[in-house]
Design a binder for this molecule. Structure first.
Ligand SMILES: [Zn+2]
Length: 330
């Protein structure tokens, strides 16, 4: 009998992440979808284009109207003027979470089945538009106490890789290159949102992301009932804007749809293949993550000591039963 009980103790699964939230997220998928459509109304938005300039102004104006301090980080790449958009709250805490998304769109629909269409630019409702849309809705719904712990970065020049000698992730690479070591040390986490709007959204764990951060996010997603969109399984490794942050030693997670949806880098990447329901699921998970990471009355912990507490309680309850059973057997 004692052996059975000890075996039970040893093999009883105990959650590795204690993520219990009482927070009710406010993120609204319909609002986010409106932000997605508004970007598409400018047309395709490749780096250096007039459409992208207009969209940049729209993103900056939207953030400014919500009270965020907005600055442009300008740089030139292959003789094209590019700008990352940076939004922070006027009062900023010593420790921050960076939320990122790229706002440029791919100049060529090179995944199109018809070769004649492969040099046309994509609209980027999902690839570009969806991540930005979610950040703008987060900028609106996050409580002020948490906004002080957040910096939002909208990256330029992410999605032109292999076209005319361009590289991928140019804007995020530039952003991280410009970070001081003090700034790098102040970042507790980086969360990247990319292609999160598809109607049949599925975001398994991106393979290069930081495991401990993913544990937290996937645990919260399950708790919020979004484990269909966030299956807790291994996905592919993606070259994306979180990579320069990882290289700088910053814990980072890429929330990205893999395998890529059928609309990826085609002329079908349009609002009709995106869904407010998908945007809302991801937005609410990220919103809850930020609240739990940034508010002091949180019951949430990423510290594994929470798990030992459970283990100790289990042992304290079960040990006397083991001892009683042992002596009864004698
Ligand atoms: Zn892309």
């Amino acid at each position: 009998m004692a052996l059975i009980v000890i075996t039970l103790i040893l093999f009883t699964p105990i959650s590795l992440v204690s993520a219990q939230t009482t927070y009710s997220p406010l993120f609204n998928g319909e609002n986010a979808y409106d932000y997605l459509v508004a970007q598409c109304d400018f047309g395709p938005r490749p780096p250096g284009s007039n459409n992208l300039s207009e969209c940049r102004e729209y993103i900056a104006d939207t953030l400014t109207a919500l009270g965020w301090s907005v600055s442009l980080q300008n740089f030139t790449y292959r003789e094209v003027e590019c700008s990352n958009i940076i939004a922070s709250w006027p009062v900023q805490n010593a420790s921050i979470i960076i939320l990122g998304a790229h706002y440029d769109t791919r100049p060529h629909a090179d995944q199109e089945s018809d070769p004649d269409n492969r040099t046309l630019p994509i609209l980027g409702a999902n690839d570009g538009g969806s991540g930005v849309a979610a950040l703008l809705e987060l900028a609106s719904v996050l409580p002020e106490a948490s906004r002080s712990s957040v910096e939002m970065v909208f990256f330029d020049a992410e999605d032109s890789g292999y076209i005319d000698g361009w590289d991928w992730i140019v804007g995020s690479t530039y952003y991280v290159d410009q970070m001081s070591s003090a700034k790098i040390a102040s970042v507790s986490a980086m969360i990247l949102l990319d292609m999160i709007g598809d109607t049949n959204l599925r975001i398994p764990r991106e393979a290069s992301s930081t495991d401990s951060l993913q544990d937290t996010i996937y645990s919260l997603a399950a708790e919020l009932g979004h484990d269909d969109i966030f299956p807790d399984i291994s996905g592919s490794s993606i070259l994306d804007d979180h990579r320069p942050f990882l290289s700088a030693g910053i814990s980072s997670v890429d929330l990205i749809h893999t395998p890529f949806p059928w609309t990826w880098h085609t002329l079908h990447d349009t609002p009709e293949h995106c869904s407010p329901v998908s945007l809302e699921a991801v937005g609410q998970v990220v919103e809850t993550f930020i609240i739990e990471m940034t508010t002091t009355n949180s019951t949430f912990t990423t510290d594994p000591s929470g798990d030992y507490t459970l283990l100790i309680i289990a042992v304290l309850i079960i040990a006397p039963i083991v001892i009683i059973c042992f002596y009864k057997r004698k």
